[in-house]
Design a protein around this ligand. Structure first.
Ligand code: FAD
Length: 136
């Protein structure tokens, strides 16, 4: 069964661009092996991530992500069965939140800054889809 999961979290400590890149590179490699697709957004503090794949795989990987000490305040925003992938072209797309800017944060989140903890799952998904247009 194909499943989509969305969560928000925040970095435990300030992350350098190199440490964020390490997370993205590892995630891309691991996800490609598991046929997991998705998108990760980061803005110096907050993360917003969507994962799509087989239910068992999404569940297992989310368990490992949730145990990762590099972030905290994990909020599971949504997990649901889906008919098709929305992020089929990326093993794990990545974008800095400021690629969109204030106008889109207001459109999706009702705030002029990136604050995924205050977003609904639908708004988070909308933002992730908009940001996915900015990544290769
Ligand atoms: P191990 O590799 O055994 O690591 C154990 C713990 O060590 C980790 O939980 C972490 O706290 C720490 N650790 C591991 N590597 C580093 C490092 N380079 N620097 C500092 N501490 C480290 N994994 C995926 O497979 N797919 C994803 O989509 C994905 N997305 C992620 C998104 C975020 C925001 C974060 C923070 C991590 C993500 N990860 C993802 C990584 C995931 O959390 C696990 O680290 C990874 O799956 C390996 O799991 P493991 O149990 O083998 O941990």
């Amino acid at each position: 069964m194909l499943t989509r999961l969305i969560y928000a979290s925040e970095a435990t400590d300030p992350l350098t661009p190199d440490s964020v890149q390490t997370i993205v590179t590892q995630a891309r490699q691991a996800n490609a092996r598991r046929h997991l697709t998705g998108m990760l957004v980061f803005d110096h503090r907050a993360f917003l991530q969507v994962l799509e794949g087989r239910r068992e795989v999404v569940s297992e990987v989310y368990g490992r992500i949730a145990a990762d000490k590099r972030h905290r305040r994990l909020v599971l925003m949504d997990v649901l069965p889906v008919d098709e992938r929305l992020f089929a072209n990326w093993d794990m797309g990545f974008a800095a939140a400021d690629a969109l800017g204030r106008e889109q944060f207001l459109r999706f989140g009702g705030s002029d800054s990136f604050d995924p903890h205050s977003m609904t799952a639908a708004a988070g998904l909308g933002l992730l889809r908009a940001l996915s247009q900015h990544v290769k």
